[in-house]
Design a protein around this ligand. Sequence first.
Ligand code: NAD
Length: 260
Amino acid sequence: MNLEGKVAVVTGSTSGIGLGMAVHFAKLGAQVVINGLGDEQTINTAIDQASFGGKTAHYNGADMRDADAISSMIEEVEAKFGSVDILVNNAGIQHVSRVENFPADRWNDVIAINLSSAFHAIKAALPGMQKRNYGRIINIASVHGQVASVEKSAYVAAKHGIIGLTKVVALENAEQHITCNAICPGWVRTPLVEAQIEALAEKEGLDTEAAAKQLLASKEPSLRFATPEQLAETAAFLCSDAASNMTGVNLTLDGGWTAQ
Ligand code: NAD
């Protein structure tokens, strides 16, 4: 697997799954563009980790709630590196609350970051991909794009939405060498899930590891977290020749969650 000569933009790549993907793509030879929130040290660490083989990862701090900033990011990358060949729409947040208590501003943020940002990035990147007749668009959805859980209305709505968006983009570009697919992880132990583990530990009076086991046992028959590295390898597969005729699908890595 060689991504030499390819430019990969990974949104939300200062942490967790996105960072794992950025590092893996860089190791495979791609020029990587990092995006996401964080203090200077977090951002510099992400840049360092995603810099390989004489290529320095580039950072663009576009806020994924801001459509103009997202299209400017794509324009900047095309101007600086000549193309966006691989686009991973990964940025995401969670808010856990029953619908009747769900704050409207949190709903808007979850929909903006987890769903609308992917639309804005894809819209900005597609003309260049169509001109060059090549593109790999990978949307990080979730098992929550296929099934629901209580207290995650905005997240579940956004993830179901991104699976729909994935299929439309796949169909609209099917005759060109542009694929659009979704990856649907179950639990992955990143800061996004760590917050849920801590909340469960506090609610049930458990230590962190006992709470992590309980969280897994509630949904995931394998009782194992997927890792950012496993997801990164899955994303790389979607960029390989073997996957060149695979478009509009969900690849689910959920330890059996949705098989139940
Ligand atoms: P994470 O919290 O470790 O990373 C989220 C990333 O998104 C960070 O880089 C953060 O800075 C960035 N981000 C958040 N708000 C942003 C904004 N306004 N603008 C730009 N960047 C922003 O979480 P993660 O678990 O790595 O999640 C990554 C993706 O994977 C999300 O879309 C999430 O829904 C999805 N996912 C995660 C899990 C899991 O169990 N962790 C499971 C299924 C799907």
